[in-house]
Design a protein around this ligand. Structure first.
Ligand code: PEP
Ligand code: MN
Length: 343
């Protein structure tokens, strides 16, 4: 349930509604938009349905909307104007600018990440990506450099004025990672790791939540709800391809998920055409399509020597091709009233 306060509702009137919601055993989550305050009611609201609906008569209440989706705080009704998530250093996502995160699948060495950081920054990326904890299908594959990898990532990013996004795999890694990263990535394999999601809800660090390989859009939004119900509203959702009957590509990039999620939710949507296709030559067309479809951001794997990459070389772009793709996306963005900054 969502309580839409009147545009001229006073703080006392808002406080009163919050108190009544809590008396009904529910949580009240406030979204202060430019025009009005919206209060999300979460918890077992059905047990107090009539009492909560009676709030319609409370002073300052404009309307009460019953949300039929199982996700509430992630629902578009909670913030009809859309969310802008501040990532740091003046960079935010969800506004007119499409934000690009680029870098290798995994941090491999100081030289590797240093060179890639410089090249993606010069092409206009705003975030440097790179895994330090890698969820690999085989336990014998390269598992990442751990904290040392995060140090290298942070140094390379700072030298080039970039922010850092890296994957967190376990709640025990969160505290240590907070000092190195600007965005915590939750990988596809962990989208339904509810302990991890709840733990990420306790800080305010932005979270990039990737869609599970076989997850429905509703399941993705419910996973976002786990993080948001803990009080962390700084969530971005990432379409990274799903498993279908087709085997030609590593995954099937679900471009339609972008407008569908934008309709259902206020959260910014990021597209990952690298994991979405698994093949470097298919990354540019899917990246261009994602911008045209309304993505707020892109996550793209780039490596200076993909043939020798320790993971995901086949889908990693060469830096010069990445720079060319950025230029192409700069042409497409204005057609959908967006822009991609020049370096
Ligand atoms: C990654 O971004 O490197 C990654 C492992 O992605 P996903 O969780 O989408 O497979
Ligand atoms: Mn990867």
């Amino acid at each position: 349930m969502i309580v839409n306060m009147a545009t001229n509702a006073t703080e006392e009137q808002i406080d009163h509604v919050v108190v009544r919601i809590k008396e009904c055993g529910c949580q009240a989550h406030l979204s202060r938009g430019e025009e009005r305050t919206v209060i999300g009611v979460v918890g077992r609201s059905e047990q107090h349905q009539s009492e909560l609906e009676a709030l319609l008569a409370a002073p300052g209440v404009d309307e009460i909307i019953r949300i039929t989706h199982p996700f509430k705080l992630a629902s578009r009704n909670f913030r009809p104007e859309g969310s802008i998530v501040e990532l740091g250093k003046g960079v935010s996502i969800g506004g007119a600018e499409v934000i690009v995160a680029a870098g290798p699948c995994a941090v491999e060495s100081a030289e590797q990440i240093g060179e890639i950081a410089g090249r993606v920054a010069r092409a206009g990326a705003k975030l440097l990506r790179g895994g330090a904890f890698k969820p690999r299908s085989s336990p014998y594959s390269f598992q990442g450099l751990g904290e040392q990898g995060l140090k290298l990532l942070r140094e390379a990013a700072d030298k080039n004025g970039l922010l850092v996004v890296s994957e967190v795999m376990d709640p025990s890694q969160i505290e240590m990672m907070l000092s190195y990263v600007d965005v915590m990535q939750v990988g596809a394999r962990n989208m339904q790791n509810y302990h991890l999601l709840r733990a990420l809800g306790e800080s305010s660090k932005p979270v990039l939540l990737k869609r599970g390989m076989s997850a429905t859009i509703e399941e993705l939004l419910l996973s976002a709800e786990y993080i948001m119900s803990g009080g962390n509203y700084n969530v971005m959702l990432c379409e990274r391809g799903i498993r279908t009957f087709d085997t030609y590509m590593r995954n099937t990039m679900d471009i339609a998920a972008i407008p569908v999620i934008k309709h259902l939710s206020h959260l910014p949507v990021v597209a990952d055409p690298s994991h979405g296709t698994g093949r470097r030559d298919k990354v540019p067309p899917m990246a261009r399509a994602a911008v045209a479809a309304g993505a707020d951001g892109l996550l793209i794997e780039v490596h200076q020597d993909p043939e020798h990459a320790l993971s995901d070389g086949a889908q990693s772009m060469y830096p010069e091709h990445f720079a060319q793709l950025m230029d192409e996306m700069r042409v497409i963005a204005p057609a959908v009233e967006r822009r991609i900054a020049r370096p």
